[in-house]
Design a protein around this ligand. Structure first.
Ligand code: HEC
Length: 163
C-alpha cells in the first residue's frame, strides 16, 4: 500500500467519524456539565492525582456558591475550622473514619455531609453523587483520615447467620 492510499484511507476513516471537530467541543461541554475538570486541568490519571484534584476543589471550588470549603475548614481541612459566625469546627483529619453517623434521627454518610456543606454552607450546587468531582472530594477527605482507626462509633457486629 502506498503512502498516498494510506492517506486516502485515513481520510475516509476521518470522514466516517462524523466531524470530530464538532464532537470534541460538545464532549468538553458535556464533561464540564458532569463536573469533570475543564480545559487546563487534565483528568486525574492515578489515585494520587484524584486526591490532589479533590484537594484543589476543596481549596478553590465554590460549586456555584459564595465561598470555598477552606472558608470554614481551614488549612485544607487539617486545621481546626471556624464558621463565619465564629462556631468552632474540629479538624477534618479523621472525620471520614467517623462516618456514617446517626444524627437527629437520620443516618448521615460522608457524602451526605459533603452535599449538606455545599448546599447549606456554601450555597452551591453539589456535584452529582456518582460524578468524578464528588468522588475526588471524598477521596481527599478519606486521605485526611489515613491511618485513623475506622468506625469507632459503630456497634460491634457478629457475622450474620447464614440460612
Ligand atoms: C460556611 C461554613 C462551611 C463551609 C464553607 C463548609 N463546611 Fe463543612 N462543616 C460546616 C459545619 C458547621 C459542620 C458541622 C456539621 C454540620 O453542621 O453539618 C461541617 C462539617 C463537615 C464535615 C464533617 C466533620 C465531622 O467531623 O463530623 C465534613 C467532612 C465537611 N464539613 C466537609 C466540607 C467540605 C468538603 C466542604 C466544601 C465542599 C465544606 N465542608 C464546606 C461548615 C462548613
Amino acid at each position: 500500500m502506498s503512502i498516498r492510499s494510506l492517506r486516502l484511507a485515513a481520510g475516509r476513516v476521518g470522514a466516517l467519524r462524523l466531524g470530530a471537530p464538532f464532537v470534541a467541543p460538545l464532549a468538553v461541554l458535556a464533561l464540564g456539565a458532569f463536573g469533570l475538570p475543564a480545559f487546563g486541568s487534565p483528568a486525574p490519571d492515578s489515585l494520587q492525582a484524584a486526591v490532589q484534584a479533590g484537594a484543589h476543589a476543596f481549596a478553590n471550588d465554590s460549586f456555584g456558591g459564595h465561598s470555598t470549603c477552606i472558608a470554614c475548614h481551614s488549612n485544607g481541612g487539617f486545621g481546626p475550622g471556624k464558621t463565619p459566625s465564629g462556631m468552632a469546627l474540629p479538624s477534618l483529619q479523621g472525620a471520614a473514619a467517623r462516618f456514617p453517623q446517626w444524627r437527629g434521627g437520620k443516618l448521615v454518610t460522608l457524602q451526605m455531609q459533603v452535599t449538606r456543606c455545599i448546599r447549606g454552607a456554601l450555597g452551591g450546587t453539589p456535584p452529582a453523587p456518582d460524578s468524578a468531582r464528588m468522588a475526588e472530594l471524598l477521596a481527599y477527605l478519606t486521605a485526611l483520615s489515613r491511618g485513623v482507626p475506622m468506625g469507632q462509633q459503630l456497634p460491634e457486629l457478629k457475622a450474620p447467620a447464614s440460612h
